[in-house]
Design a binder for this molecule. Structure first.
Ligand code: M6R
Length: 366
């Protein structure tokens, strides 16, 4: 059942190239330069006239929502707000019939996300579900939706659900950007071609596994760890920290790299590993200067960099390379080494990787 892998989590990490392919198959017609998604196309006027998009979710799905916020606003120029479902449902939010609420949930059964949907529906919003489990409660409650086609995710720590959620949300953003006339036809085609190449690039990112395992062995006993990223990769930093926390029980925090100097930098000493996402696209010089700040305080730096990187190589204690891609697609690649790093650390510490203590795969109570 684990297909020769020691844990479901590792199997699911390795399934990502295929899961991403399955998610865009039939929806992205690269040769014709088209995206076809019934859930969007059937309601296109609602989307084109939406005043804003609200995204609600919990945990890893909320991180996928944050990545989507950056992509939607950048490409489709639609205002987006992302909120924890548990906060949204209890704070009397302003919602009206021109709002679209996108609920993201792997299981489709998360109680807080479900309650947020019901509230938004009562107030007249159009509700769109992004779920993995077919026929799940949230997918049935939504007015429309698009499934991720990740296949069953058994490991409590979400991996392929996250990257396929980002894939679906990227397709939606591209479709809306095109229909709204916010991107040129040539850019649209270029983006489709690049998305098509992502599974192969994920494969390449996975090939650093042995190197990542060695880094894991060095830091497995650290009591704390910081994750930093900017722009599209800020939510990836949050997700990297969540992965480490939930399966290895090491305290970890994700931060936007520039927020360091507003507090967390006080934590840096020679004991503190800092994972910095520093791909060449996306505020690279600024991230390099953040790395210098950490280095001058003796922090240990693990850089997630673009293939062939030179600058971070010179500064960091370790680098893990991922293939080059268009900036807004980098989260699909930078996530991979962070999943593997947490996985190996948890295994080395003898933790129950697939079923961490105190956690349930689907949180059906509030
Ligand atoms: O099924 P959902 O996507 O609604 O679940 C949301 C969270 O409970 C889930 O992502 C949780 O944070 C995972 N354990 C993260 O790995």
């Amino acid at each position: 059942e684990k297909g020769g892998y020691e844990h479901f989590m590792l199997k699911e990490i390795y399934e990502q190239p295929q899961a991403i392919r399955d998610t865009f198959r039939g929806r992205m017609l690269v040769d014709q330069g088209l995206i076809k998604m019934a859930g969007i196309d059937d309601h296109i006027d609602k989307f084109l006239n939406a005043r804003r998009i609200l995204i609600v979710a919990c945990g890893t799905s909320w991180h996928a929502g944050l990545v989507a916020e950056y992509i939607f606003e950048d490409l489709a120029r639609i205002p987006v707000e992302v909120e924890y479902a548990s906060e949204f449902r209890y704070r009397n939010p302003v919602i009206d019939k021109d709002d679209i609420l996108i609920a993201i949930s792997q299981s489709g059964e998360t109680a807080d996300t479900m309650a947020a949907i019901k509230m938004a529906k009562d107030k007249g919003a159009f509700v769109f579900g992004v779920c993995n489990v077919v026929g799940s409660s949230i997918s049935r409650e939504a007015h429309a939706g698009a499934y991720t086609h990740a296949g069953p995710e058994i490991g409590v720590a979400s991996t392929k659900a996250f990257t396929t959620q980002i894939t679906v949300l990227t397709l939606i953003a591209l479709q809306l950007a095109k229909k709204k006339g916010k991107i040129s036809t040539s850019d649209f085609h270029r983006y489709l071609q690049e998305l098509d190449a992502i599974p192969e690039k994920v494969e390449k990112a996975l090939s650093s596994n042995d190197h990542i395992e060695k880094i894991a062995a060095i830091y497995k006993d650290a009591p704390n760890c910081l994750y930093l990223g900017r722009g599209f990769n800020f939510p990836v930093a949050l997700e990297g920290a969540l992965k480490l926390k939930e399966i290895s029980y090491i305290h970890a925090e994700g931060y936007p790299a520039a927020e360091m100097k507003h507090g967390p930098i006080a934590l840096i000493d020679e004991q503190m590993p800092v994972v910095v996402i520093a791909t060449r696209k996306g505020h690279y010089e600024k991230v390099v200067s953040n790395i210098q700040e950490i280095k001058s305080r003796s922090g240990k730096i693990i850089g997630i960099v673009t293939e062939g990187d030179v600058d971070v190589h010179d500064l960091a204690d370790h680098v893990i390379e991922v293939p080059d891609t268009i900036e807004f697609m980098t989260p699909l690649l930078t996530t991979i080494p962070l999943q593997l790093l947490s996985y190996h650390i948890a295994v080395m510490l003898g933790k129950n990787v697939d079923q961490p203590r105190n956690l349930a795969k689907s949180v059906t109570v509030e």
